[in-house]
Design a protein around this ligand. Structure first.
Ligand code: NAD
Length: 260
């Protein structure tokens, strides 16, 4: 369903972004992945994406904290393939600390990578979508775009902000066959979640098992982690023609977390 379309997925060398890249490639899209990682891991991912889509896949190393690099990445995709027709703002980092100890530079980094990067990418990509008369923008927000948890001030603020940005750009592009939406996962077992376990253990004086069962999965009524593939399936739906009337939305895939 996406043959001939080009996609840029930020933060897609790992976790949810990589699953999204695979889902788009499996439908025939040309995919530009982005993010950090070992050269060999990235080369393997590109080979798999090319095999899945039957079309070229590229990696761009743009740092999502750098507006100039973000703009250059979008222009590179444009020059290589036209578009981008699909932009997935997925790059994100986490830092867990009580507000009084929260390092200011971590606040700045999270706001830059989890929120401002989506602004810079949309700003660069929307004119190309407008010129082609079709576009899909999906941002990976979070259950933390709807509710808060202690010790995650920057992340929760950035994800709430991402929803506001999404609604605004959705209204600006509504008449142009461009849709702009968020998906909001609950806890997905990825390196991002695994890496915050030690800090949560320290902040709350808990064991690893207690953090998994009593902090992470406590919020999720299904008592199961969401999978990256389940998030990717929702992104794929939003990229299809069946979702052309869905814009400005924030769709939860959180095992019932935000129903509670
Ligand atoms: P992950 O750590 O597995 O992947 C993050 C990706 O972003 C990697 O490819 C990494 O290289 C890239 N990245 C990090 N900093 C970057 C930068 N400065 N520039 C470019 N790329 C950068 O994490 P994940 O869990 O797959 O998270 C992906 C998105 O999903 C994030 O926005 C995260 O907030 C969101 N999310 C995750 C969960 C979860 O439980 N894992 C839940 C809700 C939302």
């Amino acid at each position: 369903i996406l043959t001939g379309k080009s996609a840029v997925v930020t933060g897609s060398t790992s976790g949810i972004g990589l699953a999204i890249a695979h889902a788009l490639a499996a439908e025939g899209a040309r995919v530009m992945i982005n993010g950090f990682g070992e050269e060999e891991t990235i080369a393997t991912a590109l080979a798999e994406l090319t095999r899945a889509s039957g079309a070229e896949a590229l990696h761009d190393p743009a740092d999502m904290a750098r507006p100039d690099e973000i703009a250059a990445m979008i222009q590179r995709a444009h020059h290589a393939w036209g578009g981008p027709d699909i932009l997935v703002n997925n790059a994100g980092i986490q830092f867990v600390s009580p507000i009084a100890d929260f390092p200011a530079e971590k606040w700045d980094a999270i706001l830059a990578i989890n929120l401002s990067s989506a602004f810079h990418a949309m700003r660069a990509a929307v004119p190309h979508m407008r010129a082609r008369g079709w576009g899909r923008i999906v941002s990976t927000a979070s259950a933390h775009s709807l509710v808060a948890s202690p010790n995650k001030s920057a992340y929760v603020a950035a994800k709430h902000g991402l929803v506001g940005l999404t609604k605004t750009v959705a209204l600006e592009t509504a008449a142009e066959a461009i849709t702009v939406n968020c998906v909001s996962p609950g806890y997905v077992w990825t390196p991002l979640v695994e890496q915050q376990i030690p800090a949560t253990m320290a902040a709350r004086g808990l064991t690893r098992e207690q953090v998994i069962d009593d902090v992470l999965l406590a919020a999720q009524p299904t008592k199961q982690f969401v999978t990256s593939e389940q998030v990717a399936a929702l992104v794929l739906f939003l990229c299809g023609d069946a979702a052309s009337a869905v814009t400005g939305a924030n769709l939860s895939v959180d095992g019932g977390w935000t129903a509670a």
